[in-house]
Design a protein around this ligand. Structure first.
Ligand code: ZN
Ligand code: ZN
Length: 345
């Protein structure tokens, strides 16, 4: 996701806004409309161990970028897109995953995308034919024309790849993320969007509580997570890259690399704490992650195979989470990721 030259070409760092700890997200209790949820896998992308797990070991700021470029401990992470189906508002995609052109030599060109083209590398992306977003939508029984909204958690390449297909949809994005697009976003991947809706702060997308956008800055300036109300009073949060793996729900133990620096690393930790506080307050809330390389992703794909995140599915996802953490929410030592030479993760 981040190439060797990144440290030389990135724009200057900025301080990210810190979430206000006194503000807690609260869910409406009564009668929210629920949505169906489909999980669609659009291939995999190569990431380094330090990029995912190096935050507490100094993988921060420019130095972190540099180390990422030389980190040989590479593994593949899945790239998931989630499709929410609202009873009257149609299909809402959360992110647009990888697209075939992002795996092709020559797509990333400085003359098309400025210096950010140096950051991305087609060789890092892997997309089998049956895992293109269109193939995955078809397999879920969803016509591409029925996609009326796309929420983009942030503008990194593995989240906007197939956006061009949905040029009749409204694309929702944090205004902060849009303002900061020149930093690490590659324009040609989202230039075709006709209708942007730039949002600021917590946003109830349809005014009925069913889909809400939650600011979770830290990974990027305007990173946004998506809260969906599902059947029987349950809830799910699609975290985007605010939470790389389920293990990252304990930011005191595990943090990813952070490009923006130490302050942003703490911003990211605070975003995660807010998400876990929301889960504690609500009780029946699970997390849907795009990139977890462990057993959680196959389980997500399995329980969402029918497009309904019912109570039994939520219990199954929660059971995995419970196995990883103690009662105080600390990641159990045996589950802290390590890299074993010759074996990998
Ligand atoms: Zn990202
Ligand atoms: Zn990502």
């Amino acid at each position: 996701m981040i190439g060797l030259l990144a440290g030389c070409v990135l724009k200057p760092l900025v301080a990210l806004p810190h979430p206000e700890p006194a503000v807690r997200w609260v869910l409406a209790e009564d009668g929210p409309i629920s949505v169906d949820v489909h999980a669609l896998q659009t291939g995999e992308t190569d990431v380094s161990f330090g990029q995912f797990f190096g935050g507490h070991d100094g993988w921060v700021g420019r130095r972190g970028v540099w180390r990422t470029g030389f980190d040989r401990r590479s593994f593949r992470a899945p790239v998931l897109v989630f499709a929410l189906v609202h009873p009257t508002e149609g299909v809402i995609l959360v992110d647009a995953g990888l697209a075939p052109h992002q795996t092709e030599r020559g797509f990333y060109r400085p003359k098309d995308g400025g210096r950010t083209a140096y950051i991305w590398d087609h060789r890092e992306n892997h997309l089998p034919e049956d895992e293109t977003l269109l193939a995955q939508l078809a397999a879920a029984g969803i016509a591409a024309d029925d996609v009326r909204h796309v929420v983009v958690t942030h503008l990194h390449e593995d989240h906007v790849g197939q956006l061009e297909t949905f040029d009749r949809a409204t694309v929702h994005l944090s205004a902060l993320e849009w303002e900061d697009r020149g930093r690490v976003a590659y324009g040609p991947s989202f230039d075709d969007v006709q209708q942007w809706n730039l949002v600021d702060g917590v946003t109830d997308l349809f005014g009925d509580g069913s889909v809400q956008l939650l600011p979770t800055p830290g990974h990027t300036l305007g990173h946004t997570s998506v809260l969906a109300r599902v059947v029987d009073g349950g809830a799910a949060v699609v975290t985007g890259d605010a939470v790389y793996t389920l293990r990252h729900l304990d930011p005191d133990t595990l943090l990813p690399f952070n490009y923006y620096g130490e302050h942003a690393l703490q911003t990211q930790a605070e975003s995660v704490r807010r998400l876990t506080a929301l889960q504690r307050d609500h009780g029946d809330l699970v997390f849907l992650l795009p990139h977890d390389p462990f057993d959680y992703t196959p389980l997500i794909l399995d329980v969402l195979g029918d497009g309904v995140l019912d109570r039994a599915d939520r219990r199954a996802l929660e059971a995995v989470q419970r196995e990883l953490f103690d009662a105080q929410g600390r990641l159990l030592p045996e589950h802290v990721p390590t890299w074993v030479r010759g074996q990998g993760l």
